[in-house]
Design a protein around this ligand. Sequence first.
Ligand SMILES: [Zn+2]
Length: 338
Amino acid sequence: MPVPTPSEYAKILDVAKEQKYALPAINVSSIATANAALAAFAETGSDGIIQFSIGAGKFASGSAVGDAVLGAVSLAQHVHLMAEKLDVYVALHTDHCQAAELDFVRSLLKKSKERLDGGLAPLFSGHMFDGSALALEENMELALPLLKECGELGIVLEVEAGAVGGEEEGAATTTDKTKLYTTTEDMLYVAEKLFSVPARLMFAATFGNVHGIYKPGNVELKPEILKDGQAAVHEKYGKTFDLVFHGGSGTPVEQIQETLDYGIVKMNVDTATQYSFSLPIAEHMHEHYEKVIQADGDGSKKLYDPRAYLKKGEQGMKERVIQASTELRSLGKTIYKK
Ligand SMILES: [Zn+2]
């Protein structure tokens, strides 16, 4: 089976939250990297998430077309086709989309609507709207109609308040250190604005996280921010947020696992898996340099055929995804029944 239907995905998230584990959300930008994540989930019987940024969509569409929406559709269709062969659930999300780029999400919602009209599951399980650069009021004003629209299609919307530090797609996201920490008041405000909508919401509340592997001492992760915020939200609304952990690539495993107790159900993994895909390829090139560049016209087709090294990249990344599932305690916990 496959990419889960909306009700199956809701169940996956409910079980994860109840049993205090999270699904790794692996950022991919090509068939080869998508296959690495699929292989990791399939081999270990773990449910997981594959997601694409706008830049990944654009890359996947190729230099001749350069269309982020078409590239995202292409990658999503690949995952739908391949996941069908597996005995785990693989949900599909899109990553950071700022206010000025929301046509990306809207175009993909249209694709999902067309599929639903034809009796199929939506193309994506979830989308992210990143309004963290805006004032929280404006952020929620934009999030509200989008959440309603997603809810009507059974699609999850992920929102963000506060700001994840570091770099996202090459752009620095914040230099204001106080913004790295979402306050309890912010979490209550998001709940007040969005809890009444009949839709599945995910919330990337920030607690010092930084995109890209950060240097120790640069920032301080404070997972207790999530604990306090969730407690206040629970007291007022009788429920808590499904939280998302961004920028966790350099985080010690104890700190990752602490956040699972506070409602983290999805953790984005990008930097670490990029590195684990590229490292074996660097080693391949280093080891077989002469044969790849054909010094003296004496190359080896077996070594410069892209499959020779992309296979190694896939293997390296697969192992890193398995590590992520292990750290997030979702390893082997698929709820898919044959
Ligand atoms: Zn992020």
